[in-house]
Design a protein. Structure first.
Length: 81
């Protein structure tokens, strides 16, 4: 049975305020196709290489130094939203 946007909104309006975060978490993947892809991606079961470990250590060191860029800054740099 197909549901209309109006019916979906009525359902959302019926959700108690203290459960809105659960409703949003359930709806978010449906609204973001990239998130759907990531959530459905198979688990990476390849063992870490020495190169992987070095890259992880480098990233952690960058974070510890505060040498990071915010998501908003990255969006600005790449002209996204």
């Amino acid at each position: 049975m197909a549901i209309t946007r109006e019916q979906a909104r009525e359902l959302l309006d019926a959700v108690p305020d203290d459960r809105l975060s659960e409703a949003a978490a359930a709806l978010e993947p449906l609204a973001d196709p990239m998130l759907v892809v990531l959530l459905n991606a198979p688990e990476d079961d390849e063992p870490l290489t020495d190169e992987d470990r070095a890259a992880i250590a480098e990233g952690k060191a960058d974070i510890a130094r505060g040498d990071v860029v915010s998501a908003d800054e990255m969006k600005r740099r790449f002209g996204v939203a």
